[in-house]
Design a protein around this ligand. Sequence first.
Ligand code: GUN
Length: 293
Amino acid sequence: MQLIDGKAVAAKIKEEIAAEVEIIKKSGGKVPHLAAVLVGHDGGSETYVANKVKACEQVGFKSSLIRYKNDVTEEELLACVDRLNNDKDIDGFIVQLPLPSHISETKVTEAIDYRKDVDGFHPVNVGRMSLGMPCFLSATPSGIVELLKRYNIETKGKHCVVLGRSNIVGKPVSMLLLQKANPGDCTVTICHSRTKNIKEITLQADIIIAALGVPEFLKGDMVKEGAVVIDVGTTRVPNKTTKSGFKLTGDVMFEEVAPKCSYITPVPGGVGPMTIVSLLKNTLLAAKKEVYK
Ligand code: GUN
């Protein structure tokens, strides 16, 4: 069993990005600038956004954090999106999800200029991704594919079972692994909360991507010998022994599953660090106008 070290791969890619930023700076070019919009004080979102801002600093990007209270109106938030769309200094921006229930996430996402949508959530980017056209790939699917690539894991002709059908992970990663590409060329099965006999399906998988958000859902007896397991789960499970009072828990029962795997990602330190790197990559592409002119 080989552990897929997302933290180490992410650190390496950050070095590559930082080197590019240095070249841009030396040639007098504009340093990439990412803005993040955060509404309210959700613990998870606060941490994610803080990590994104920190990652920008590490690679030499400029970053801006725009905060709103939980009671911000949809109109105010849409006006902010409009300002960021038109701000020439900002190459890309994200609006951290989830948003409070009185604000439509769909409306806000659609209002973002797709050329600055470095999260890859806008319907134009999702559609172009599905068609295999140049676009901003969303962070988690792109991070997963990058890990498979950097570990030279064969995907061609493999049966990949994706657990979860979310718009952020399950659906897009399924599309990416289905593409005629490397990584890609998989036979993909998507399972979700209404799927019957999940175990029968996961036992046939060469690659399992667990993105249900159900802590330790995938047990040892659901995985065949030699499978590749990618754990996308990051549920904060209350835990008295940790300083934060919770333990980040994946969708895979690691102790049972790991001994059967050829490769497996840990939680934390697997897919998580890769998602931020994907966002940085998209911001660099946006600044260089490599996807859209
Ligand atoms: N909430 C959870 N993941 C993400 C992400 O990748 N981007 C944004 N904007 N919100 C999120």
